[in-house]
Design a protein around this ligand. Structure first.
Ligand code: SF4
Length: 159
């Protein structure tokens, strides 16, 4: 049987992965319970709709030629389901990114990622656009830390 998880309706995103146009899937059922979580409703894994491989492929087809990357907010707790989707994305010549609140993830998942954001949300430290953040966004292939791209975006937006 196909391993499954639930997602909210995907959204096209321009800033979450620097220099990429991403289709972002929010996978419900996050167990980290960060204090001050921006979206506690997604702790409920029953929220959203089941993301079958067929439904996922149909979304990629719908946005073909417009997106360059697929971004998952969570889902690492269903490694098999996530890896299947990452494989489909890569077969479609798309880059892949995972946002996780964990400090690290299984190498089995990381193998299929182009970008990885790690670290839980800590209000006093801020997110990726804060120089004091505990969170990291890296290019998995090169190991390059890409946080500085968020600071540049923030500066550009406040000019
Ligand atoms: S990892 Fe994200 S979604 Fe999960 S509890 Fe923390 S802030 Fe909320």
């Amino acid at each position: 049987m196909q391993p499954l998880f639930n997602t909210l309706e995907p959204q096209v995103l321009f800033q979450e992965v620097p220099d990429e146009v991403s289709l972002g899937f929010t996978i419900t059922g996050c167990k980290l319970r960060c204090e001050g979580c921006h979206s506690e409703e997604i702790w409920d894994g029953n929220l959203g709709v089941s993301l079958t491989n067929e439904a996922f492929a149909a979304y990629l087809k719908k946005y073909e030629g417009f997106i360059t990357c697929v971004l998952f907010f969570g889902g690492e707790w269903h490694a098999e389901a996530l890896i299947e989707k990452l494989c489909i994305a890569r077969q479609s010549q798309l880059k892949t990114c995972l946002y996780t609140g964990l400090p690290r993830i299984s190498p089995k998942i990381q193998e299929y990622l182009s970008f990885l954001k790690t670290g839980k949300w800590i209000f006093s430290l801020g997110g990726l656009d804060s120089p004091s953040t505990n969170q990291k966004l890296i290019n998995v292939n090169t190991g390059e830390l890409l946080n500085h791209k968020f600071w540049e975006n923030t500066r550009a937006n406040t000019r």
